[in-house]
Design a protein around this ligand. Structure first.
Ligand code: AMP
Ligand code: MG
Length: 471
């Protein structure tokens, strides 16, 4: 196996990370390798046993300088001055065929100095969940980390439920720079560290950026688009802590995330999110709060801090309008409006309110706008009929609403109950449902009649109420 590793992060000052090798596992076995992604990354795979050994961390690949990154973060609003890769290792970076630098990271590779009470491991369930959901997110067209491989460790991992099969995910990311990485150095008043981080971030992601205010504006722009994108596919991240908010604007850290079936704006899946801080609707507010934390961490970089606070505050205060614009554009496309203007927002909001009142399935309702069967999704179909008249009138001004909707309304999302069923099968050794989910979700905007069971909402007995942090 040849991975053309580079190690720019390892060249940062020593206090940015800890050199750390993976703790070898008993019997690494390759569950799945993402050949197409590997090709994009310029990786020459080799045999399954070698891939499993390298991506379980049993073999250190030539050129890799594995390390655990340190960061901080607000978790559910409370600040932890020191977190870090507690069960992950950055193996290094590769420059992909498009010229973009990408991190190659193992998740579940054993304890590090940042593990606190954790065992540094992951079990099969969350590994397969992240594999499927992150690849689905990519196919849906949203920025996200990717999954390169899943490897079984041949060891048991102990959780509340008892002994579970262990696994390691290989994650690919534009970088693992987080809001929390900036917070780490800012909280320690390590100005040199903060400067080095700023320079690294700009060189890696934002070469056109001139100054911290400009960087903040760019991250805000990307995050506004990302969160609106999540909402447009019914995605609930579930742990939007500042350590799980990537500077690159990618979706990162698939833990208790889930896609909604029945639409309700206050939906929460995560078992630990008792206050609904990261509910579907609140994502648009919390991301602004997270950007305010990034702004705070960037202030020390500025020569005139009072002026910086004023400028950065203005940028953060402008974010809700940006999210609203992105949201309107994304949902406008879902109802066939190519470039929705402010005047279209009430039409979108009205549909969503009726969907919530009528327990309509989020994905299937929008998809059915194309086929003319949307009213069947409503408890009271008349609630749709009243909206439809205004909608049809508005669509007269659109050139090709069907084409716009077909690209904006997926037929397939990774439904929670299917993920749970897939995990259950995998635990008993049957990976066919995992492979099938992956295959179907590669083309979420295509009708695939043979997979209609995967488009069906859960039966009452199949409904998954809670998801758990991927520990
Ligand atoms: P999360 O909110 O899932 O991103 O995790 C928060 C922190 O907990 C991160 O610093 C993780 O590295 C750490 N963590 C989560 N699970 C484990 C585990 N099983 N062992 C060690 N550290 C963990
Ligand atoms: Mg995390």
């Amino acid at each position: 196996m040849n991975i053309p590793f580079q190690n720019t992060y390892a060249r940062l000052p020593a206090r940015f990370f800890t050199h750390q090798t993976a703790v070898p596992v008993k019997a690494p076995h390759l569950i799945r390798f993402n050949d197409a992604l590997a090709r994009d990354l310029g990786i020459v795979p080799g045999g399954a046993d070698e891939i499993a050994a390298v991506l379980a961390g049993n073999l250190v690949a030539p050129g890799s300088e594995p390390l655990a990154q340190v960061y901080a973060g607000h978790q559910f609003g409370g600040f932890s001055p020191q977190l870090g890769d507690g069960r992950a290792l950055l193996l290094g970076e590769v420059v992909d065929r498009a010229g973009e630098r990408r991190d190659i990271q193992l998740k579940g590779s054993g304890p590090t100095p940042y593990s606190r009470m954790g065992d540094g491991r992951a079990w099969l369930g969350p590994v397969l969940r992240e594999y499927v959901v992150s690849e689905a997110m990519h196919a849906l067209g949203l920025p996200t980390t990717r999954a390169l491989a899943a490897v079984a460790t041949g060891e048991a991992v102990y959780r509340e439920a008892g002994g579970l099969p262990g696994a390691i995910l290989t994650r690919v990311a534009a970088s693992h720079l987080r809001v929390g990485t900036f917070q780490y150095f800012a909280a320690r008043r390590d100005l040199d560290g903060l400067r080095a981080l700023y320079d690294y971030t700009v060189a890696r992601h934002f070469p056109q950026v001139e100054g911290p205010a400009h960087l903040l504006a760019e991250v805000i722009r990307r995050q506004a688009k990302l969160v609106a994108g999540w909402m447009s596919v019914g995605f609930i991240h579930g742990v939007m802590n500042t350590d799980n908010t990537a500077i690159s604007g990618e979706t990162i850290d698939y833990g208790p995330c889930a896609f909604m079936d029945v639409f309700h704006p206050q939906t929460v899946f995560s078992s630990i999110d008792v206050q609904g801080r990261y509910s579907y609707d609140n994502q648009a507010h919390v991301i602004v709060w997270n950007m305010a934390q990034l702004a705070t961490a960037l202030v020390p970089l500025m020569p005139d801090q009072d002026e910086a606070i004023e400028d950065f505050t203005a940028l953060v205060h402008a974010m809700p309008d940006q999210i609203e614009t992105e949201w309107r554009r994304a949902f406008g496309r879902k109802i066939g409006i190519a470039k929705a203007g402010a005047a279209d927002a009430p039409l979108i909001g009205d549909l969503l309110a009726r969907m919530a009142d009528n327990r309509a399935d989020f994905t299937n309702t929008f998809r059915a706008l194309l086929t003319g069967h949307a009213r069947d999704q409503f408890l009271d179909p008349a609630a749709f009929d009243n909206w439809e008249a205004q909608w049809r009138a508005r669509l007269k001004a659109e050139a090709d609403p069907e084409a716009v909707m077909a690209m904006a309304n997926p037929a397939f999302i990774p439904r929670n109950h299917r993920i749970e069923q897939m995990i259950e099968a995998a635990v008993s050794g049957d990976f066919a449902p995992f492979e099938r989910l992956l295959k179907v979700l590669e083309n979420p905007y295509q009708d695939q009649p043979e997979a209609s069971d995967l488009a069906r909402p859960p039966e009452p007995a199949e409904v998954v109420q809670n998801t758990f942090c991927g520990t």
